[in-house]
Ligand binder design. Structure first.
Ligand code: DGP
Length: 114
């Protein structure tokens, strides 16, 4: 697959404000935050979109959410509440084609988002 900016961040080739990382997952602050806390959680493995997930990725997806939970706790938004979003393809607004989970919080979040 084509490399993306997030692949470069995961490999440490370009800088990002990394708040969590382990063997499988990296989390860093979004460059254009939509909320006081806006963090992107990505697998190191370059998966283009949610449509490209395979059964073998099931554990990896679980690890993404466990990392999001850990980061939410660290950022102090776990109790108040936060949102996780994965945009899939253009109609949903996906612009970077390396699977990523948005973790948003730090203010009341409108629902539905529109
Ligand atoms: P999406 O629209 O779901 O594909 O979200 C992509 C997000 O990535 C968007 O909120 C802005 C953010 N973003 C784009 N380029 C960079 C970058 O180079 N660094 C960081 N930290 N975030 C980026």
């Amino acid at each position: 697959m084509m490399d993306t900016i997030f692949g470069k961040i995961a490999r440490g080739e370009i800088p990002a404000d990394i708040v969590y990382e382990d063997e499988d997952v990296v989390a860093f602050r979004d460059l254009h935050p939509q909320a006081p806390i806006h963090i992107l959680v990505i697998p190191r493995k370059p998966i283009r979109t949610l449509n490209d997930l395979e059964a073998a990725d099931a554990e990896l997806v679980g690890r993404l959410f466990l990392a999001a939970r850990k980061v939410a706790e660290r950022e102090g938004i776990a109790a108040a509440g936060y949102r996780t979003v994965i945009n899939c393809n253009a109609a949903a607004g996906q612009t970077v084609f390396h699977l990523h989970l948005h973790l948003l919080g730090g203010r009341p979040l409108r629902w539905p988002p529109g």
